[in-house]
Design a protein around this ligand. Structure first.
Ligand SMILES: NC(=O)c1ccc[n+]([C@@H]2O[C@H](COP(=O)([O-])OP(=O)(O)OC[C@H]3O[C@@H](n4cnc5c(N)ncnc54)[C@H](OP(=O)(O)O)[C@@H]3O)[C@@H](O)[C@H]2O)c1
Length: 263
């Protein structure tokens, strides 16, 4: 690992909404283009977006990224992580996972690295416009430097359990696009969740400020990874459940994701 963060070769596995937002922001902040590589699964729609953003020269493959990168960023859907296979990494190669629901121990086991950090941000649009909030666990200097460079407001979490609550925070800007943050029902839900995660009150308020004034549907779409946690909350609200119950449904889903994936 190079001491100057921008000298490290970064490999982004999964150039979807979050992966591309990170790359575009890194480039905007002066990260050298030649030090970034990306992969995707082959979707023509994703290729179009990679092409439109002038990122085609960064396309690589998973095994080359694993071999050549100093920092590996995991932005594939949790459901795709197992398919990527074992990485056989050195103990200390830095792996930063943005995936919901996959615990550090499982990422360590599959990658071989002992240096795994989880980052849970609000959606891609907030990364692009420098308003993102994220939780980080455990604290790690290079990850914090990268998040500073990306202009992400990050909160170092006390435990991996808190990453689950941070995953809910990441979904809330999309939830509050169609659900009233100021409602009594939401206030009660926030108070109850703050009992388990004291930052919930402050961060859910900040999440409410991230609701865009226009193009809300596009904003929600970019946050709603198919089979992801935001979708789970939105479907639950649509089915008539309360906001509190919907957030609890999502927490249960996050807990179970690992079991669904590593069967
Ligand atoms: N969206 C959010 O707001 C948000 C917030 C916090 C955390 N996250 C986490 O961030 C991750 C990415 O979310 P997203 O919304 O960016 O999802 P996404 O738009 O669906 O992007 C996922 C990307 O992974 C690629 N991929 C899938 N399998 C792959 C494989 N085997 N090898 C290489 N690439 C592969 C896909 O390729 P194709 O395009 O070719 O299918 C796609 O480009 C998820 O784990 C999610 O839990 C998302």
């Amino acid at each position: 690992m190079n001491t100057k963060v921008t000298e490290n070769k970064i490999g982004i596995l999964g150039a979807g909404n979050i992966g591309r937002a990170l790359i575009i922001k890194l480039l905007e902040k002066g990260y050298p283009e030649e030090n970034i590589k990306l992969t995707y699964r082959g979707s023509i729609f994703t290729f179009e977006k990679i092409y439109d953003n002038d990122l085609v020269d960064m396309i690589s493959d998973n095994s080359r990224i694993v071999e050549e990168s100093d920092i590996i960023i995991l932005t594939v859907p949790p459901q795709s992580f197992k398919q990527i296979g074992d990485f056989g990494l050195d103990d200390d190669k830095l792996v930063i996972s943005f995936m919901a629901g996959i615990p550090i121990d499982d990422i360590k086991k599959q990658t071989g690295s002992d240096n795994v950090v989880r980052v849970m941000p609000t959606g891609p649009d907030t990364i692009l416009n420098s308003s993102a909030i994220a939780g980080v666990y455990p604290p790690e200097d290079t990850v914090c430097e990268l998040l500073d460079l990306l202009e992400v407001e990050y909160h170092v979490l006390d435990s991996e359990e808190d990453v689950k609550y941070m995953t809910l925070i990441g979904c809330l800007p999309a939830v509050y696009c169609n659900y009233d943050y100021g409602s009594d029902e939401n206030k009660e839900a926030v108070d109850r969740l703050s009992e388990s995660f004291p930052l919930f009150k402050e961060l859910s308020y900040k999440a409410s400020l991230l609701v865009p004034t226009e193009n809300k549907d596009e904003f929600v779409k970019n946050v709603s990874t198919p089979g992801g946690v935001t979708q789970k909350i939105l479907f639950s609200l649509e089915s008539g459940k309360s906001i509190y119950d919907s957030l609890i449904v999502a927490l249960d889903y996050i807990d179970k994701l690992k079991d669904i994936i590593f069967v």
